[in-house]
Design a protein. Structure first.
Length: 365
């Protein structure tokens, strides 16, 4: 029998906030692509459909009790790990990267699905192995393997940006679970050594991105073009912006990938600092509200599940914004709910659904 308390405790305000960001993103997409030749279906309309699919996913995720995921974590992890291996074996290659695999007539990107699966798997581990003194280095071996194996497979595609995001999500969950100071020091030193040694394992285009990040002016018409045009767009917005559909960088097609990775640059140029602060306030509210849901959860699995989703949203926002203003290398990470992308929308909405699921079942034991 359906429990009416589920509807009563559903966080409609949180879902409305998510939809507001989606609609702002669609309007921004309309402006960014207005100069394009009319296609069969404009990009902004495609995004509208993806938002609808995302809402359907939120509804489906909220229908079942999230606690069942604790028992499904191992098969979910194993299946997705198999998909990542299949991508390397016979995946579809686009723009020099092999990240997709054809399933039932659809192009699926297992690395995006792995973000959610990693959250579920680590939530189970940390909830079952709770340690008030903090996890020691030995106790972090298993979660390290859970995190490291898919990260290595994703790096082989190659997709350094997604691999780093997966590691950041897992690392954030571990810090919330509690890690002993000695383990943090050792892992920090190991991380520095890995970064230094990892330079020699990077592909040429990845090295070029890092060098371009350090000095984009050395190749202003080549590798540095994206970031230079993005910074010009952000700076041109000033305090109040140039106005809707009046940005020069986007309307005159100087800014590449303006509907995906650099969508925020278009928004900053048209709405200025005022609009950017408002959008950032919405994102801060989404993450902080998500943490509030985590703290109010009545079980550890739900708490870590919510923390993992908040970490996923937080790191996506930080990496994308850092990328468009030149503080981080260009790694092809979209802004959640705002940039165009079906896979990104589906993954983000699945996470939002899990957050709402945890929140609406906090009264159940």
């Amino acid at each position: 029998m359906f429990d009416r308390r589920l509807i009563t405790n559903f966080n409609w305000a949180y879902l409305l906030l998510v939809l507001m960001i989606c609609l702002i993103g669609i309007a921004n997409m309309y402006s960014a692509t207005s100069s394009w030749t009319a296609a069969v279906l404009p990009v902004y309309l495609k995004q509208f459909y993806w938002v609808g699919i995302g809402l359907a996913i939120v509804a489906i995720v909220c229908l079942f009790d999230y606690r069942h995921l604790e028992y499904l974590s191992v098969p979910l992890y194993g299946c997705n790990l198999l998909l990542l291996g299949m991508v390397l074996a016979f995946g579809k290659t686009s723009m020099g990267a092999t990240r997709w695999i054809g399933l039932a007539g659809l192009n699926v990107q297992p690395s995006e699905i792995m973000k959610i699966v990693i959250i579920i798997a680590l939530a189970r581990y940390f909830s079952e192995k709770a340690n008030l003194r903090g996890f020691s280095l030995g106790e972090l071996v298993l979660p390290g393997l859970i995190l490291g194996v898919p990260a290595l497979l994703i790096m082989k595609q190659p997709d350094l940006g997604t691999a780093l995001l997966v590691l950041c999500i897992g690392g954030t969950m571990a810090l919330f679970a509690g890690v002993r100071r000695s383990a943090i020091i050792f892992l920090g030193m190991s991380g520095v050594a890995a970064v230094c040694g990892g330079w020699f394992l990077l592909h040429d285009y990845q090295k070029k991105r890092i060098l371009t990040f350090l000095n984009p002016e050395q190749d202003p018409l080549g590798a540095g073009y994206h970031i230079i045009q993005s910074k010009i767009a952000v700076g041109s917005g000033g305090f109040n912006g140039l106005g809707f559909m009046k940005g020069t960088q986007s309307q005159l097609s100087f800014l590449p990938e303006r509907h995906t990775d650099f969508a925020f640059s278009v928004f900053a140029e048209e709405w200025g600092l005022t609009g950017c602060l408002l959008l950032l306030a919405f994102y801060c509210l989404i993450v902080l509200w998500g943490l509030h849901i985590a703290l109010r959860s009545n079980d550890r699995f739900g708490m870590y599940l919510a923390i993992g989703v908040c970490a996923m949203l937080f790191w996506h926002i930080v990496v994308n914004l850092g990328m468009v203003i030149g503080l981080l290398p260009v790694v092809g990470v979209p802004l959640p709910l705002f940039s165009y992308g079906g896979t990104s929308m589906v993954t983000t909405m699945t996470g939002i659904g899990l957050l709402l699921n945890v929140g609406m079942r906090r009264f159940m034991f």
